[in-house]
Design a binder for this molecule. Structure first.
Ligand code: UN1
Length: 512
């Protein structure tokens, strides 16, 4: 299919016209309001979901808790084998799952498939990890004593995800959590409930065959009934939240107040630095993918282009020409580079940011308008991606607008670039384009970019799962996905074992 009007693939993912919003080993008959999911590409109703209330939420958490008690006792490599099978199920359904993301969220289908690939990749990573949950051994200061640490399963993990990566962020968390011996309860964005239901249907046969369906708890519900309940729920020792900085701060204070652990993935304000020796044939496509990919709705989207003053004119001219060629349209059509924004509110927010940037002195160089498309697409939320001139201190620029607006900001040299780059509240992703090895190393050094991700000669978005993903400052400090991010999903236990009949005390203390 090349059109968002063809929804015949939905049945292969078990999605019906009306669906239930809670799963705890089987789909639960919910008693909440009906949530409609509409395609951002056409405005048409895709299907509806009966939402969970606090009653169904309770049933999801209770079942997850029960499953956790059994799951934590299964050896990690055997847990990994089940994760392997979940990864294979996602492989088998990659085409339909990618289309589902595109249909419900509006990113180009290439990017929809890419997101499913991220889920598969993190599953593979987690399988390997299942034999590598290493603890350290330490020399004890006491004779005849051994000291070491072990990593034990933590409990039931609460996962709250955003609309823009409606599958991958759950997979980053859950594939590690399952391997680590944990259960999960997932609250997806109300903008992408069907994606969560389709993915759950793909993996649940594997868990259910082993009597562990409840590990993949799902609760699609309102703010009070589900989101706030999770945040305040002492049965969830870790809350992994992806969303805005404003909500992230509320989540952080409530979870910290009950001594819960947090993984926060909040906004970015990602800068791409172009030094005067940069290879512009690389800068252009990297900027285009970073600023226009996913219609500017990635946390890692390129928002600020910090260009050496001698290149501003050339880079701007070339970008403006490239923006003229961007195919805006049905994201299901593989020719499309830029699909719709998620909803009308997102379009209004983009227009408001462009207006306020103009008021502060910025100039709109290209795009920044509603794009009215014909036929089936007339009801979609399309815009033309915008390029603006701006200064870093503008309120509009300091703020993350989840839309394709690229601010071009001149810089004088590397030091100035680093200062401007770091001069925003967020700290997720960053990039520098240069052939000067010293400049590149300095940008990623302790006195360079203050972000969790800092790249050289590649753009700000499109990170691989093998590295830890996350950032500093208002981004929230969390790390997910690769490297040793798994440690957040386990509890560390330090063991000291005495294999003598003496009882010496540490620090040389004599007691009695
Ligand atoms: C996000 O936007 O929330 O690095 C995640 C990237 C993707 C993940 C983005 N791998 O762009």
């Amino acid at each position: 299919a090349t059109s968002s009007t063809d929804t015949s693939f939905l049945s292969s993912l078990g999605i019906q016209d009306q669906n239930q919003g809670a799963y705890n080993g089987s789909w639960i008959q919910c008693t909440g309001e009906v949530l409609e999911s509409r395609s951002p590409a056409t405005g048409e109703l895709i299907a509806s979901v009966q939402m969970a209330t606090s009653k169904e939420y309770e049933a999801v958490v209770a079942a997850a808790q029960e499953a956790f008690q059994r799951w934590r006792a299964i050896p990690a490599p055997l847990r990994g084998d089940i994760v392997r099978r979940m990864g294979n199920a996602m492989r088998e359904h990659k085409d339909a799952l990618g289309r589902l993301i595109t249909l419900e969220m509006g990113k180009s289908v290439q990017e929809g498939w890419g997101e499913v690939q991220e889920c598969i990749d993190i599953a593979d990573f987690a399988v390997g990890l299942s034999r590598q949950l290493y603890g350290l051994t330490m020399p004890s200061e006491r004779p005849g004593h051994a000291m070491r640490e072990q990593w034990h399963p933590l409990g039931t993990i609460g996962i709250l995800t955003a609309f823009n990566f409606p599958m991958a962020v759950w997979a980053w968390n859950s594939m590690l959590a399952f391997t680590c011996g944990d259960a999960c309860v997932w609250k997806p964005s109300p903008k992408t409930p069907l994606t969560a239901i389709g993915l759950t249907n793909v993996i649940r046969p594997i868990l259910e065959a082993e009597g562990f369906g409840a590990l993949a708890g799902l609760a699609i519900g309102g703010n009070e009934d589900v989101a706030q309940a999770m945040i305040d729920d002492a049965r969830l020792p870790l809350i992994s939240f992806t969303g805005s900085t404003a909500i992230g701060k509320l989540v952080a204070s409530r979870v910290a107040g009950r001594m819960g652990r947090l993984i926060l993935e909040c906004g970015g304000n990602n800068g791409l630095v172009v030094l005067d020796d940069a290879d512009l044939d690389m800068v252009l496509p990297a900027t285009l993918f970073g600023a226009v990919g996913t219609a500017g709705q990635r946390c890692t989207s390129t928002r600020r282009l910090l260009v050496h003053e001698s290149l501003v004119e050339e880079v701007t001219n070339r970008l403006v020409r490239a923006y003229d060629d961007i195919v805006i349209g049905d994201p299901m059509d593989q020719k499309t580079l830029c699909g719709p924004l998620i909803d009308e509110h997102a379009v209004e927010t983009m227009m408001a940011s462009i207006e306020s940037c103009k008021k502060e002195g910025g100039k709109l160089l290209r795009g920044g308008e509603r794009a009215k498309l014909d036929g089936d697409l007339a009801g979609g939320h399309y815009v033309t991606p915008a390029i603006m001139t701006a200064e870093n201190h503008y309120q509009t620029v300091q703020h993350e607008t989840f839309a394709p607006i690229l601010y071009i900001i001149p810089i004088k040299d590397l030091e100035h670039a680093i200062e401007v780059h770091n001069g925003v509240p967020q700290g997720l992703s960053s990039a520098i384009f240069t052939n000067d090895m010293k400049a590149a190393e300095r940008f990623i050094s302790a006195v360079g970019s203050d972000c969790g991700i800092a790249n050289v000669n590649i753009g700000t978005s499109g990170a691989e799962i093998g590295g830890a993903f996350g950032g500093e400052k208002d981004t929230g400090g969390g790390r997910e996905s690769g490297s040793d991010a798994w440690k957040s999903y386990m509890r560390r236990q330090t063991n000291t074992v005495n294999y003598t009949s003496e009882l010496p005390l540490a620090q040389g203390i004599k007691f009695g």
